[in-house]
Design a protein around this ligand. Structure first.
Ligand code: GLN
Length: 247
């Protein structure tokens, strides 16, 4: 039997790729193979038009303010119309830090520059004077029971969610969305935004598999289900961070 294809898009790999966010692509492709799938990765670059509906899963990594302002115009004009429709249609998306901020309305930098973004999600970001840097532990109800998610954050932006949006989790240790309301990240349909780099997926295999399963459900209408893998090594890395920095 042919292996079911999973088509992974990677937006602005040269610009939006901080603190090892590329590791998320490695995890998604390797876990897909272990799950018996056939992963294909397609970069989507500056100037290229893309029909995001044809992807099953999309990664947008983090980027500094400078990279964000370089891609902003291309993003809003060339990518957003198709991306907004695909997200509404249930495209599985992992957007990290600067990439997460791009799903919102705007980012006001610490120099006062206003970078207008997609407004796909009702959230917005304003930089504070101090950067929020360090290891982060959150608790999330995404997985039908509370599970921890661990990662590393480094951002000046404080993100606030509009009323209709739910966060990815509650901050146990670290700053999260804004350092004040104890929320971290966002979940909208099959889109996850988060401040957690690290990269995040190697240490949180449950999040990787959640994204893969959501992607498959949209593509194959519930016909393709992934099973459990042996995640002992991944969970040792996860637990080591909680032992050192969590709770
Ligand atoms: N430039 C953004 C900020 O500092 C995002 C940084 C990042 O992606 N790590 O808030």
């Amino acid at each position: 039997m042919e292996r079911p294809r999973i088509h992974i898009g990677w937006l602005y790999p040269e610009y939006m790729n901080l603190y090892g966010d590329r590791g998320n692509i490695i995890v998604l492709t390797q876990r897909s193979r272990w799950h018996g799938l056939d992963p294909v990765v397609t970069p989507v670059r500056m100037g290229e038009s893309a029909d995001f509906a044809r992807f099953d899963l999309l990664l947008i990594g983090g980027g500094q303010d400078r990279e964000q302002s370089l891609i902003a115009e291309d993003f809003v004009q060339v990518k957003v119309p198709s991306l907004a429709d695909a997200i509404e249609d249930g495209l599985a998306v992992l957007a990290v830090c600067g990439g997460y901020q791009m799903l919102g309305k705007y980012f006001k930098t610490h120099t006062g520059e206003l970078i207008r973004f997609s407004g796909i999600l009702d959230l917005w970001t304003e930089a504070g004077r101090e950067r929020m840097i360090g290891n982060c532990v959150i608790e999330s109800d995404l997985f039908g029971g509370t599970r921890t998610i661990v990662g590393f954050e480094n951002h000046s932006g404080r993100t606030f969610l509009g009323k209709g949006l739910r966060p990815l989790g509650r901050v146990v240790k670290g700053y999260g969305n804004n350092g004040s309301d104890r929320t971290e990240g966002v979940v909208y349909k099959n889109t996850v935004g988060t401040y957690l780099h690290g990269s995040i997926l190697p240490k949180n295999p449950h999040l990787a598999d959640w994204l893969i399963q959501r992607a498959l459900d949209r593509r194959y209408g519930g016909q393709v289900k992934i099973g459990a893998l042996n995640d002992d090594l991944e969970m040792r890395a996860h637990e080591a961070i909680i032992a050192r920095f969590g709770k």
